[in-house]
Structure formats: C-alpha cells, structure tokens
Ligand binder design. Structure first.
Ligand code: ZN
Length: 135
C-alpha cells in the first residue's frame, strides 16, 4: 500500500479542520473503488476524529468540553508548556480507518473527518493509505 502525505494548515491554537474532501480526493487519485482507507497523523499535539460536519457548534462544543476536561495549566511537568495539547491529542487518537465504497469514504450522512489541532497554528502532516480493488 502506498502512503500519501497531505499537509493541513491550522489557523489557531485549538481548531478542528475538516479534511473529508481532501481524503476523498486522495481516494479518487488511487482509482480504488472498494476497500479501506487509513488516515494517520504524525504529531503528538494534534489528533484525528470523526464527528458531525453539518452544525459547526458540534466541534465548538467538543473543543470547549475538552478544555474543561484538560485545563491549560495544572500539575504538569512537561517543560514545553503544552501538556494540555498532548493530553487532548491522545484523547482524540492518531489514526482512523474508514471503509471505501464506490470510490469514496463510506461515512455516515453527518460524519466528517477532522484534524484536531491543540497546539497551533501549524502545518500538520497526515498520511493517507488506501487499499482495495479498482473494480
Ligand atoms: Zn510538548
């Protein structure tokens, strides 16, 4: 399986960036119609998740709730001062696996693929791998 890196620019310290269309574009380039798509983020202060992409208040509510769960300051030892970002990224996770059907992500009506930035703004690298059949 070939892995393709895509760059994702994030505009603020904490933000969810919808990359659903970019993943579908990478799948289209492979010509694979049915199979599986793996998405991996190569960072420790940004994660990946799937959630609603119809109402932007959903990602806002997730970010606000994560900040309540994981305060910016606390009993942290990590000298970089971004322990909250490391914790939030681990809560979200670093990889996703989504079925591919008919050349596209087989996702629910309201599901979008998000890069979850917790220590931006930065440019993040995401690897996309697609395996399957072209027919
Ligand atoms: Zn750090």
């Amino acid at each position: 399986m070939k892995w393709t890196p895509i760059e994702v620019k994030t505009g603020s310290r904490t933000v969810f960036v919808d990359i659903t269309g970019r993943i579908d574009e990478e799948i289209r380039k492979t010509g694979i119609q049915n199979g599986i798509c793996f998405i991996v983020i190569q960072h420790t202060t940004a994660g990946l998740t799937i959630n609603e992409n119809a109402d932007p208040d959903v990602t806002r509510d997730i970010l606000v709730s994560l900040s309540r769960l994981v305060p910016a300051t606390g009993d942290y030892r990590h000298a970089e001062g971004n322990s909250d970002a490391h914790l939030k990224a681990s809560l979200m996770g670093f990889s996703l696996m989504v079925p591919v059907m008919n050349g596209r992500l087989a996702r629910g009506t309201w599901q979008g693929i998000y890069v979850c930035e917790f220590d931006g703004p930065r440019t993040r690298q995401v690897l996309v791998g697609v395996q399957g059949e072209e027919e």
